[in-house]
Design a protein. Structure first.
Length: 413
């Protein structure tokens, strides 16, 4: 399929606009990073890299952020962070809040930090006690044990398996049908196997809070530091390997141009992360490495067409050859980049909060990576060719394959 035929755009004549756009985006993003890191003393790293504790809490209604922040400050947790999240793929998630504690000195203090957050939630909003635990936080085995002890169905010695199943049904209804929060025990009357005596037992033995702890993540500071360094080296190794490959397959200037373009893509994407207040996590590093490969592939397609056209267009200037090559691959670029963009855009909109940062990096990266192939990488090669020896020095044919030799022979005839 080909969308464009006979396209004749002077891409190299618009280099100043491409460079201007890149400089603007880089400046905008890195000013935001400077304000975040230097002025506001905040970090761009997520829990994976900085170390700390994240507790995911769901409320029965709109999260009382101000009341929660005040409770954390009174407990001496002034450095904690609060972030509301909204996940359209999960029931009740529009009322979720992530409470984070900054990096601590040891793994033991991280465990203490998690417990402190739980104590603040119970002190601020009420919750379970030793005599009446919170039903929204009780586990299935503990609930089954309590039902077996009280035996509301009067099953006697054969109650074990029956109450295990009933406990599973109750916690499944709580988590799936009510988003993890039951505000009234009457909401459980339709659960299979539940009778009025079961409801009475639950009401007598358990309390109901207006929040539920959905999940908790703990990463020690040493582990976070190791992951941070490994992520940086993984990205640099990927760029170095691609530089070596392109330098061997084409010429070193082509490899340098491609790596500069990819580095440009990563820097702009990081700037957008700061602008839109996303944290850098392990999944984001995976997205950046995917972006590196995607952008590099798009650049190689253009460079490969340049190599072919250098053999066939012997009378044209190198700039004209590059323009023709970009125009000839334009349909392919629109098809592949457009479809990839639509895919990651849907993932960003509907993929849920867990994939939000990953898909955001891909959305930005696909657009910037496509643009940099013809707006940054190709102009670098053109400028180098202009000031270092003329047209033919732009590409040396490497150990030509049989197909390459046939192309050269056809051009000579």
């Amino acid at each position: 399929m080909e969308f464009f035929r006979g396209v004749n755009v002077d891409w190299m004549g618009k280099v100043k606009y491409f460079v201007g756009l890149s400089l603007f985006l880089l400046a905008l993003g890195w000013i935001s990073i400077y304000r975040t890191v230097v002025v506001k003393h905040r970090t761009l790293y997520g829990i994976d890299f900085r170390g700390g504790t994240l507790v995911y809490v769901r409320f029965a209604g709109p999260p009382p952020i101000d009341k929660l922040r005040k409770g954390l400050e009174q407990a001496g947790l002034q450095n904690s962070t609060l972030q509301g999240i909204s996940d359209s793929s999960s029931v009740g998630s529009k009322n979720d809040v992530v409470i984070g504690l900054e990096q601590s000195a040891s793994d033991e203090s991280l465990d203490a930090g998690k417990q402190k957050i739980l104590e603040v939630l119970q002190a601020t909003f009420g919750g379970g006690s030793a005599s009446r635990p919170d039903f929204n936080s009780v586990s299935t085995p503990d609930l089954a044990a309590e039902l077996t002890r009280k035996d509301p169905l009067l099953l006697g010695t054969s109650a074990g398996d029956r109450y295990n199943q009933l406990a599973q049904h109750l916690t499944a209804a709580r988590d799936s049908d009510h988003g993890g929060i039951v505000t009234n025990f009457d909401q459980l009357r339709d659960v299979g196997g539940v009778t009025p005596s079961v409801i009475n037992t639950l009401a007598n033995d358990y309390s109901l809070s207006n929040f539920a702890v959905r999940d908790a993540e703990i990463v020690g500071p040493r582990v976070g530091s190791q992951l941070r360094h490994q992520a940086v080296w993984a990205t640099l190794y990927a760029l170095g390997g691609m530089l070596v490959y392109i330098a061997f397959r084409f010429e070193w200037v082509y490899g340098a141009a491609a790596v500069i373009a990819v580095f440009h893509d990563v820097l702009i994407t990081l700037g957008f992360f700061s602008l839109f207040h996303y944290e850098i996590s392990l999944t984001v590093i995976a997205a950046l490495l995917t972006l590196v490969g995607y952008s590099m592939n798009d650049t190689i397609v253009i460079f490969d067409r340049v190599r072919e056209n250098l053999r066939l267009m012997k009378r044209e200037s190198f700039t004209e050859v590059v323009n023709r090559s970009i125009n000839q691959t334009l349909s392919r670029t629109i098809l592949t980049s457009g479809l990839t963009f639509l895919t990651v855009l849907v993932l960003y909109i509907m993929g849920g909060e867990v994939l939000r940062a990953f898909s955001f990096a891909m959305v930005v990266g696909v657009v910037v990576g496509t643009y940099s192939s013809f707006g940054i990488a190709a102009p670098i090669v053109v400028v180098w060719n202009k000031y270092h020896g003329g047209r033919q020095q732009g590409m040396t044919v490497r150990a030509g394959s049989a197909a390459e030799k046939r192309v050269v022979a056809a051009a000579r005839r």
